[in-house]
Design a protein around this ligand. Structure first.
Ligand code: Z5A
Length: 235
């Protein structure tokens, strides 16, 4: 995170925060709110998303969300998400962190674990893809915005009607969406030091307050950083 003390000390890396959850959980809404909270403290935050977030990755996003890769099978879909992620890391995420900005990313590698894992891609293959795409750089904090599938899908249904119909993943059955929800919750339970789970069915202000509490506790201490972004150790 950027040094805000006015010292001449080198700029420290920014914090890398990812948002995960099902469709319509409220991730995009909460990222905008967190960015505003950080801005009030003078912290620059770059907002980005997956799939996408760099020019080349946005090209891959279009192919994936139009369903053009679907017929090639879940392994190929997982590989395309990873290829997009590798470019996103190189072009957008790493440079932003290195200049001291925070990165707030709408979905990241946990989405591949959940969506392509649920579609049958084995864990070993996903492990290898993640290693290649991220070079081991994990988020400092992952916010899981948890809502039941029906709640999220009801929220996005109105939007899809006005935008030419649902995308490739929004057409999946409620049972599939609910299985993904369980997988997200399992990931969070397995890595409590990285995840915070917030109840996304609450109103947006309440969700925002819960996320801010976690960010303050885990990434900010008074006006200084708690985490050294690359190591997870106290600095
Ligand atoms: N995917 C994958 O398979 N593998 C991968 O590795 C990756 C992704 C990275 C990308 O979709 C798709 O790619 C995704 C998984 C797959 N599946 N789908 N679909 P996307 O980027 O197009 O969409 P999304 O990530 O699912 O986001 P979303 O549908 O836009 O939802 P959201 O960002 O979580 O929610 P929102 O836009 O903030 O809010 C949705 C609506 O709810 C909106 O009208 C808000 O005003 C409203 N809202 C928000 N918060 C609240 C609260 N608290 N109460 C009431 N209403 C609210």
């Amino acid at each position: 995170m950027a040094d805000r003390t006015g010292d001449e000390s080198p700029v420290a890396q920014g914090c890398f925060v990812t948002f995960e959850g099902g469709e319509g959980a409220g991730k995009t809404t909460q990222i905008a709110r967190l960015k505003a909270r950080l801005a009030a403290l003078g912290i620059e935050a770059e907002v980005t998303r997956e799939p996408g977030g760099s020019p080349a990755a946005e090209v891959i996003r279009k192919l994936l969300l139009e369903g053009k890769v679907r017929e090639l099978g879940p392994r190929m879909e997982a590989s395309m998400f990873a290829a997009a992620r590798a470019d996103h890391m190189d072009v957008t995420i790493r440079p932003a962190l290195e200049r001291g900005a925070w990165v707030l990313c709408d979905r990241f590698a946990d989405s591949t674990r959940v969506y392509q894992g649920e579609a049958g891609v084995d864990t070993g293959f996903l492990d290898r893809l993640e290693k290649i795409a991220t070079a081991g750089r994990r988020p400092d904090l992952t916010v899981l915005v948890d809502v039941p599938a029906e709640v999220g899908l009801a929220r996005v249904a109105t939007r899809s009607e006005g935008a030419g119909g649902p995308d490739r993943f929004e057409t999946d059955a409620i049972a599939t969406q609910e299985r993904r929800r369980r997988l997200f919750l399992e990931l969070a339970a397995a890595q409590p030091e990285r995840f915070v789970v917030v109840d996304g069915t609450a109103d947006a202000e309440t969700v925002e307050a819960g996320i801010w509490k976690a960010v303050r506790a885990r990434l900010l201490a008074g006006d200084g950083p708690v985490l050294a972004a690359d190591t997870g150790e106290a600095s």
